[in-house]
Design a protein around this ligand. Structure first.
Ligand code: ADP
Length: 269
């Protein structure tokens, strides 16, 4: 059996996907990036490989991507996260039909990517100012409300009143705004839903810049938050395609590109 690895060193989390020659995911992992990007990435990779009883020497090809991709000297090559995200979305979204637009919310940036039928990127927009509308917004919300990140979805759906308008566009000001709302006696559900709508509005505005044709695929860690997904669908006016494991799409794309690069090289020899 041949093994291919995709490693996505994101601003917040390192994601690993190991696939076989049929593009089947054999193992995957999500672990905090921390401050020691390279060391943490290698540890995460070794742990994932050991889960299926193989070592780095057994990998036929490995591609790194993401914010810290250049640090991963062990990789055969590195690709941009936009390219890897596009290929990963096509692979993971295959059963949902044609994916034409990808929305990725990461730890510190938001991207909208338009692709053609071959997965080639035809248009692209990104927002990374002040971490506005990113996973960091959600992390700060959960922390200030003293709830778990995983609970945000439940809070969103348990709302009694209306979502509160959140005016801050910068994550630092959003933090003081949340504290102010709590001090004014507002409940956590209204604040959480307000944050979700604020992120959703900003994200949909960004996505409109690249066009919203065909099926829209939503990935990145925040796509695991069902409340945010509902707010996004509300703002978009249509259903989103959410993969089973939204956070590893880009790592999966890198693994698929590793497989293709390996067979391309074989053909050339
Ligand atoms: P990056 O690639 O920039 O590191 P990710 O796609 O890994 O970003 O997303 C990281 C973000 O995902 C975190 O900031 C966090 O807000 C969000 N996240 C992680 N796990 C969950 C979860 N279980 N539920 C909701 N959001 C999550």
């Amino acid at each position: 059996m041949k093994y291919f690895a995709g490693i996505d060193i994101g601003s917040t989390a390192i994601k690993i996907a190991l696939i076989d020659e049929e593009k089947k995911i054999l193992a995957s992992r999500v672990t905090p990036t921390g401050s020691h990007f390279r060391k943490n990435a290698i540890t995460a990779l070794e742990t994932t490989l050991s889960e299926i009883n193989i070592s780095m020497d057994d990998l036929s090809y490995m591609i790194s991507t993401g914010y810290g991709r250049k640090l991963m000297k062990e990789s055969d090559e590195s690709v941009s996260e936009i390219t890897a995200n596009a290929i990963g979305a096509i692979e993971a979204g295959r059963q949902h039909g044609d994916i034409k637009t990808i929305i990725n919310i990461g730890g510190q940036d938001t991207k909208a990517i338009q692709i053609d039928d071959m997965g080639t990127v035809t248009n692209f927009a990104m927002n990374d100012k002040c971490a506005a509308g990113t996973g960091k917004f959600l992390d700060v919300t959960a922390m200030n409300l003293e709830i778990e990140l995983e609970e945000l979805g439940d809070y969103h759906f348990n709302i009694k009143g209306a979502p509160l308008p959140i005016n801050s566009t910068c994550v630092v000001f959003a933090e003081s705004e949340i504290i102010g709302l709590l001090a004014d006696g507002h409940n956590k559900e209204e604040i959480v839903a307000g944050i979700h709508y604020s992120i959703a509005k900003r994200t949909v505005r960004l996505a409109k810049r690249v066009g919203l044709e065909g099926n829209v695929y939503f990935d990145g860690g925040p796509a695991m938050n069902k409340g945010l997904v509902a707010a996004m669908e509300d703002e978009l006016g249509k259903e989103l395609v959410i993969p089973e494991h939204p956070q590893i799409t880009t790592a999966l794309g890198a693994a698929v590109l590793a497989l293709e690069a390996y067979y391309d090289e074989m053909e050339e020899e």
